[in-house]
Design a protein around this ligand. Structure first.
Ligand code: PLP
Length: 368
């Protein structure tokens, strides 16, 4: 493939020796669960996110589940979140018997619409889960103001946005907790599944550490109902090796975005994602929008240029949430995005030749 959506083989190639040293260290120590590798990563993540605490867990999905368990979410609780996100944001709410209440997103940012949040609050609402989609923070001043005024907690789904900023505040550091995913395609990816919760609240951090060990403080004494949410020591070690490169990779992503803007910014039937004032966008995805999305996708695929639709069906229309009563027309902005958005190749190490191939294919298709 001349240009893949992202290329993990190329990304890891220069790190091979450092990665193999982590594996050898694990083999030599015999330590695969918890221990110093996990503690080291947690300290690095806390620094990266500007939070006092970070707790490594098994995935971004389990980070959400553990965060909601730490907040004692119970059946019947309502939690307001975006309909335009990856399934896990809402799946983790529903698995606790709580009700995800889906609201629409803003047309210019793919992120949750604060006015729609306000309108969706009921006496059963306990919290808000803004998602920082594609690498850019939601409008957190508005979300936090609503939460404060209405007595709700905020958990930020920062799975796609480690390193992003809103008025100088790091993604994940603004609510009661922030969740991170280290799925390989995220900006900081493990070599498998892993995740973390970051927080400024010592009590919540302590509770998360108990929850990830089956709710036990001392072995075989179970204080609360927990589960196995632990991160592998091996994955923690791999992530510690990769984390120092994250800022440089973000700059690569931002350079790609600037190139796309320079060469595709004047096409009348194409809308590009942009960085809002006071935000730092880390471009986990570069999703363009066009009424001719399916034609553009076919053209790119024919030229072996990677592209993907995130997301073809908003969550309020997913069959598994059918009994919540969502119907077409409830969230028109998100429904429109599911039909007109297409993610272009976005990888920190894209070459000028690759970028030029993408740009010329898009220009030719949009000239039709
Ligand atoms: C990737 C992702 C998750 C889930 O993370 P996993 O590590 O894959 O479990 C949750 N929310 C969003 C927005 C994501 O993109």
């Amino acid at each position: 493939m001349p240009v893949s959506l992202f290329d993990l083989v190329r990304l890891h190639a220069p790190l091979r020796a450092e990665i193999m040293a982590v594996l050898e260290g694990c083999l030599d120590s015999g330590r695969f669960i918890q221990g110093p590798a996990v503690e080291k990563l947690e300290a690095q993540l806390a620094t990266t996110c500007g939070t006092p605490f970070a707790v490594g867990v098994s995935s971004g999905t389990d980070a959400l589940l553990a965060a909601f368990m730490a907040l004692e979410v119970k059946p019947g609780d309502e939690i307001i979140t975006s309909t335009y996100t990856f399934f896990a944001t809402a799946g983790s709410i529903a698995r606790l018997g709580a009700r995800p209440v889906f609201v629409d997103v803003l047309d210019d940012s793919f992120n949750i619409d604060p006015q729609a949040i306000e309108a969706a609050i009921t006496p059963r609402t306990v919290g808000i889960v803004p998602v920082h989609l594609f690498g850019q923070c939601a409008d957190m001043d508005a979300v936090l103001e609503i939460a404060r005024r209405r007595g709700l907690w905020v958990v930020e789904d920062a799975a796609q946005s480690i390193g992003a900023e809103d008025r100088g505040r790091r993604a994940g550091s603004m609510g009661a907790m922030g969740i991170l995913s280290f799925f390989p395609a995220k900006n900081l990816g493990a070599l498998g599944d892993a995740g973390a919760v970051v927080t400024g609240d010592a009590a919540l951090a302590g509770r998360l550490k108990v929850l990830r060990e089956h709710g036990s403080v001392q072995r075989y004494a179970h204080e609360i109902l927990g589960a196995n949410f632990r991160i592998d020591a091996l994955q923690a070690g791999f992530l510690s090796v990769k984390l120092p490169y994250l800022r440089g990779w973000e700059e690569g992503r931002r350079r790609n975005a600037a190139f796309y803007h320079e060469h595709l910014g004047r096409l009348s039937s194409l809308r590009l994602p942009w960085e809002a004032p006071n935000k730092r966008h880390v471009f986990n995805q570069f999703a363009v929008r066009t009424p001719r999305r399916d034609a553009l996708r076919a053209t790119l695929e024919a030229r072996k240029i990677g592209c993907a639709v995130y997301y073809p069906t908003p969550l309020h229309l997913q069959p598994c949430f059918g009994e919540l009563g969502g119907k077409p027309g409830d969230c028109p902005v998100a429904e429109g995005m599911s039909k007109d958005s297409l993610a272009l190749p976005m990888d920190p190490l894209l070459t000028q030749d690759q970028l030029a191939l993408v740009v010329s294919a898009v220009q030719e298709e949009m000239a039709h």
